[in-house]
Every structure is written in structure tokens, then in C-alpha cells.
Design a protein around this ligand. Structure first.
Ligand code: C2O
Ligand code: CU
Length: 473
């Protein structure tokens, strides 16, 4: 599919169009506005041999992985139609949209789109890279059912390489085993899994199937655009018989570094890797889906395309750091976000909800397992408020034995320090990695007015306490 889309895009670009295969451009509109039709609907699918067909929820854009491609600098108008029987939204993860376009309803200002209704999202492509979009209503449930897609913003300044998209996911199933699984959505219901490392499915897929065809250029480097779309599972991918260089994380290009050991790849995160076969054996990807071991292996085949050589291509990737997001040296505010499990021996209670301390049982009975600064599900006021252009620093402390992925809406932030993810230091990310008991500090120059969520992207954690927000005026 990427072969096709890459070609089509290049041809279309020279013809003056901006997005190909994504719904017609409306004549008379500025050439930088591309229209995309996105229809949320239920569609019968199987995940390959292992699982009986079931109704998957999907964003239908007419492409595998619901890929939307656009060019850096243009604006996409997504004409959204909800053909599900449940209300939903579209959140543009990693993209700097305006207030009201972010797909978070209620006080965050985006409409909840009812069955049969439509909404036009304006999505300016301010930042190149591999981004994604997903439901932000009843997210754990709706994303697990498949309501997400990839949004690739092409950067004409970057070396153009043969590309493959790899979307990792896992699916909750029941049944006797191989070949006989049935999808089981009841695992998405409130459970103690929320209080541990999230909801994890036993069937792992790449691009929606257990037996994907993964293809590399027969010579040169292939750019893998990877997304972890699982709601709870952290993958730790690694490669064998290949040279693998990370060139972008969460869409933004970084100083390229060689991937020599499995790398934390949490829910919602993106990872762009240049991969060039090396050595005599077959080139393989290992998912690293468990705490130990290499995990499930997938073999790459070689296609017919040739691509740029790794060594010549790498210098074309330089860190992306838009001036308006570059934090000032001195922050005007500094806040702490302490992430923790419920307190066992705090004199006043196990945690607070809506300003009141609660005991252990009442929190657990309401499926609240996580606290930000003593509070589960903060709704009383923003973590901080600042003006556009102001620099704020946030010191995160993970006081828990579990890993987390802290995701900022509204903008990417710069990682200043991290005790568990040194590869993130100095980079811009929309999701910050936390291993158990780790710390990190980020700095952000506030970019867009609005109320913006800040939450763990392990969605079982998000729904059981790890949610707050900040305000930009
Ligand atoms: Cu990708 Cu608030 O989410
Ligand atoms: Cu978490």
C-alpha cells in the first residue's frame, strides 16, 4: 500500500494537487486545502487465520490502516460522518489543531458527534511526521475496537525512501487457542487490569492481521513508519540481520541513533526507523511484547523497489524543532506532577476525588486506581494556566511500579531530562516514556489557546484516574 500511496502522492504533487486518493479536492478551494472523507463505521473483519470474523469499528477512508496523507503546510478538512450506533469524535493525536477541533468533548470544546451526524474537522498540518487520529470518546473501548488511523504529513525536505507502515495492535480474545479465537470485548469492561499495566489482548497484529506481508526495498533503506495503537501494551521492538536507525519519535525527526537494543514503544507512540538488511540471515522484526525475551518475530521479504542507501540518507534527517515550540531558557512556571497508585498509609485517605479524600474501598469500587498529585480524574481546575509564548516546566515523578506514557494534547514538548529514557532527552515528543519509579522534566513553550488534556496513554490508566489538563490563554 505504501508503494502505491508514495507514487500517487508524488505524481499528484507535480500535478498541483496535494492529497491523492483521499476524496476529491473541491474545485475553487485554495490548493492547500485538501478534503478527506472519514466515515466511522462497523465492518466485518478477520485478523487473519487466528480469529473468527467479527465487527471491527473503523474509520473508512478507503485505505488500509485508514491512512490519510498530506503535505507539510497544507490544511486537511476531514468531513466526518458517524455511521456507528454510538456517539464518537476524532482526536488528531500529535497535531496542533485549534480549540474545538481536538475531538475531546465537554469543556474541552469539541462536539460529540451523534450517530448519523457529521462534523468538519480542520486539521492544519503544521508539523511533518507520522501522526495518527483516533476516537477520544469512551476511548479505551472505541480504540480497542479499531477506531483509529494513521496521518502522515510528508516533508518534501526529507530524503524520499521506500516506505512501509507498521501498525501494532493487540486484541482481546477468548477461546481454546490458535485458529479458534473469538473476539471478547468484555475484557474492556472495568477490571483490575486498569490498576496494573492496562488491558492487553492475546492476539497481536501488524496492519490488522496476524500474518502481514512485510516488504523491504531490495536494496537500500526502507523507512518504517510504526504506530503502537494498542490501548495498554508496551512493545519493545528490535531487529535482526539489519541496520536499524531511529530517525523520528512521535512524528518529529530526532538526531538519528542506531537501535541496538529493544526500545520502549508505548501506546500512542510513533517510531520511524530506517532499516537496511545486513548480514546473511533473513531480516526480522521482533515485537518485544512481553517483559522478557524478544517476543514474536516477523520476517521481512524483499520487494522490487530500490531505495536510498542508509549511510547516504541518514544525514538528511535532522532534529525538527519549530521555533514557536522552542522553550525559553528560563521557565516562568514550574509544576510537579506526581503519578502514583492509591495511597496505602496516607493519614487522610487513599486519594482525592473532586476535592475530597476517599478511602481505599470507595476508590477501588469506583475503579479509580491512579492519582496525579493525590487526585484521581482531576476535573476541578487546570494543572497550570499560562499565556501563549510562556515557557512552563513540568517535573514528572513516577511513584509507581508500573510504566506510563504521558501524552500532551495541544503540542509537542521538549524533554529536558529523563531517568529512564535517555534517548528522549533533547527531543520533542507528545508522549513521554516512564519506566517504573522514573522521573523526567519537560519544558514547553505554550503554543495554542485552549484547555488541553494531559493523560496517560495506557487507556486503562486514563479511565481510572490518570487524567488532567492544562490551560493556555
Ligand atoms: Cu491519543 Cu488524549 O490521546
Ligand atoms: Cu499509565
Amino acid at each position: 500500500m505504501s508503494k502505491l500511496s508514495r507514487r500517487t502522492i508524488l505524481n499528484a504533487a507535480t500535478g498541483g494537487l496535494c492529497v491523492a486518493g483521499l476524496g476529491a479536492l473541491i474545485p475553487g478551494r485554495a490548493a492547500t486545502l485538501a478534503n478527506v472523507d472519514v466515515v466511522a463505521r462497523s465492518q466485518q473483519t478477520s485478523l487473519g487465520r487466528a480469529v473468527r470474523p467479527f465487527d471491527r469499528w473503523t474509520y473508512d477512508t478507503g485505505t488500509t490502516n485508514s491512512i490519510i496523507r498530506g503535505q507539510f503546510g497544507e490544511t486537511i478538512q476531514a468531513n466526518f460522518l458517524n455511521r456507528l450506533d454510538a456517539p464518537t469524535t476524532v482526536h488528531w493525536h500529535g497535531l496542533r489543531v485549534s480549540k474545538g477541533m481536538d475531538g475531546v468533548s465537554g469543556k474541552f470544546g469539541s462536539p460529540l458527534v451523534q450517530p448519523g451526524e457529521t462534523f468538519e474537522y480542520q486539521v492544519p498540518l503544521r508539523d511533518p511526521g507520522t501522526h495518527w487520529y483516533h476516537s477520544h470518546h469512551d476511548s479505551l473501548n472505541q480504540i480497542a475496537r479499531g477506531l483509529y488511523g494513521l496521518l502522515i504529513v510528508e516533508n518534501p525536505q526529507e530524503p524520499s525512501l521506500f516506505e512501509q507502515v507498521l501498525v501494532f495492535d493487540d486484541w482481546t480474545v477468548m477461546g481454546p487457542g490458535r485458529g479458534n479465537y473469538e473476539i471478547n470485548w468484555t475484557k474492556l469492561e472495568p477490571s483490575l487490569a486498569w490498576g496494573h499495566d492496562g488491558v492487553k489482548g492475546r492476539v497481536l497484529t501488524i496492519n490488522g492481521t496476524v500474518n502481514p506481508r512485510l516488504e523491504l526495498a531490495f536494496e537500500g533503506a526502507t523507512r518504517l513508519r510504526m504506530l503502537n495503537a494498542a490501548t495498554g501494551r508496551v512493545f519493545r521492538p528490535s531487529f535482526e540481520n539489519a541496520r536499524a536507525w531511529v530517525v523520528a519519535m512521535d512524528g518529529y525527526t530526532c538526531q538519528p541513533f542506531e537501535l541496538t537494543e529493544p526500545l520502549f514503544f508505548g501506546p500512542g507512540q510513533r517510531l520511524d526507523v530506517l532499516l537496511e538488511p545486513a548480514g546473511l540471515g533473513r531480516t526480522q522484526l521482533f515485537l518485544g511484547e512481553n517483559l522478557f525475551g524478544k517476543g514474536t518475530g516477523f520476517e521481512f521479504g524483499l520487494g522490487l523497489e530500490s531505495s536510498g542507501a542508509l549511510a547516504e540518507t541518514l544525514p538528511g534527517f535532522t532534529p525538527y524543532a519549530p521555533a514557536e515550540l522552542q522553550p525559553e531558557l528560563r521557565a516562568s512556571q514550574r509544576v510537579t506532577l506526581d503519578m502514583s497508585e492509591l495511597y496505602r498509609d496516607h493519614p487522610e485517605g487513599a486519594g482525592k476525588v473532586k476535592g475530597e479524600w476517599q478511602d481505599w474501598d470507595s476508590l477501588v469500587n469506583n475503579h479509580r486506581y491512579w492519582l496525579f498529585n493525590d487526585v484521581a480524574d482531576n476535573s476541578l481546575g487546570p494543572l497550570f494556566t499560562g499565556r501563549v509564548g510562556e515557557t512552563v516546566e513540568v517535573d514528572f515523578v513516577n511513584n509507581s511500579a508500573t510504566h506510563h506514557v504521558m501524552h500532551f494534547h495541544g503540542q509537542h514538548v521538549k524533554v529536558k531530562s529523563s531517568t529512564s529514557a535517555s534517548h528522549e532527552i533533547g527531543t520533542f515528543r507528545d508522549s513521554i516514556t516512564f519506566e517504573a519509579w522514573s522521573k523526567a522534566t519537560i519544558a514547553m513553550k505554550l503554543d495554542r489557546p485552549g484547555l488541553w488534556p494531559l493523560h496517560c496513554h495506557i487507556l486503562g490508566h486514563q479511565v481510572s484516574g490518570m487524567f488532567t489538563y492544562y490551560e493556555v490563554t
